[in-house]
Design a protein around this ligand. Structure first.
Ligand code: SF4
Length: 359
């Protein structure tokens, strides 16, 4: 097996040097050739079917991306290649099972990766424009309408695991993806031989560990049951069927990645932005329950991924975690929140008190 970070495209040394200078050692090129277009058609059909089944929940932006998720030329006219970059964010947990705290997914412990990886890719793009002034370049981190995992696979970065995340031989699944689209013609770095392997036959660990049953088949995720979706993207009430299954997660979930045998090769990231904890791996539930308003919430979580759900949804999550973890000492706070101005918070505070046997 060839470690991806040692497998240089060898076709554009300036690109290799620029990415290495930013500490980005896992990358590849998906050329928009006939082979990729042939692969895009069934992938796009699968995407359409997933959306039609409503499995994307309230993520309306995924509906808007339906016609362009596999067409980079719709995002950058004249696009001929997608340079896909992987950035390791893995860290070892240090605070297991602390009472009255809520777990945060690893990717969110440090700085917001949109900023941290985005600024690196923007610097690379600036330099590429100087070196190749006749070509177009545009970078994205998460915010592009493209199916990142499809292009990662066709750039030879890794393959899509049963749990729908990209798995590489260098970092397992613990890495962010970013892309640089270009009108410049670059040869594909996709590999024919299975450099990265694949899910072991009969491995079902990710599906079995998922407490809410979100992984309903190979490469098939019902986002409406995924704890990451529920705690981050979903803004409304969480169904009472799912609340007890969510455990102490308050932002995201890492269970399927932790269960994956292909993540045993994980090594701690060298990227300082992710090593310095801004939110941290566990949030005191009392701190979350005490968030007075959006302004206080923004001040606390500016520059971190935790900013996304906002105060009301995050207090909702903390109420569920408080109820699930039996944190009876939080009852006075939950009692106060039954009079919160926000109905979502009131509802989940009442539920948590009932679960704690306090009503
Ligand atoms: S847990 Fe098993 S099935 Fe799931 S992604 Fe990892 S190797 Fe694949």
């Amino acid at each position: 097996m060839i470690p991806r970070e040692d497998y240089f495209p060898g076709t554009d040394p300036s690109l290799t040097e620029l990415l290495h200078a930013e500490g980005l050692r896992l990358f590849g090129v998906a050329a928009l050739d006939d082979s990729l277009r042939r692969a895009a058609a069934p992938a796009a059909a699968q995407y359409t079917e997933w959306i039609a089944a409503g499995l994307h929940g309230e993520m309306a932006y995924l509906e808007r991306h339906e016609g362009i998720a596999y067409r980079p030329e719709a995002v950058l006219p004249g696009c001929r290649a997608v340079i896909v970059v992987g950035c390791n964010y893995y860290q070892e947990p240090r605070r297991e099972n602390e009472p009255a705290t809520g777990r945060v997914a690893r990717y969110a412990w440090g700085r917001d990766y949109h900023n941290a990886l985005g600024k690196r890719l923007r610097r690379v793009v600036r330099r590429l424009r100087e070196v190749h002034p006749d070509d177009g370049f545009r970078s994205f981190v998460d915010a592009s309408p493209l199916s990142e995992r499809f292009f990662a696979e066709h750039a030879g970065i890794g393959y899509t695991g049963r749990h729908t995340l990209t798995i590489s031989s260098a970092y397992g699944s613990w890495f962010f993806l970013g892309e640089i689209l270009t009108t410049r013609s670059l040869p594909s770095t996709a590999v024919d031989e299975p450099v990265h392997g694949g899910c072991p036959t009969n491995c079902l660990r990710c599906g079995e560990i998922c407490p809410t049953g979100a992984l309903t088949g190979y490469h098939r995720m019902d986002a409406r049951r995924c704890i990451s979706y529920l705690t981050i993207e979903h803004r409304g009430s969480i169904s009472e069927e799912l609340r007890p299954l969510m455990g102490d997660w308050v932002f995201g979930c890492d269970l399927c990645q932790e269960a994956c045998p292909l993540n045993v090769r994980s090594r701690v990231t060298a990227v300082e932005d992710f090593r310095v904890h801004r939110a941290g791996e566990r949030m005191p539930l009392a701190e979350l329950l005490d968030m007075a308003d959006d302004e206080a919430y923004r001040r606390r979580f500016a520059g971190t991924p935790l900013l996304r759900p906002g105060r009301n949804a995050m207090v909702r999550n903390a109420c569920i975690a408080a109820g699930n973890t039996g944190a009876a000492a939080l009852s006075p706070r939950l009692q106060r929140l039954t009079n919160d101005r926000n109905p979502l918070v009131r509802e989940h505070a009442q539920w948590a008190l009932a679960r704690l046997g306090q009503t």
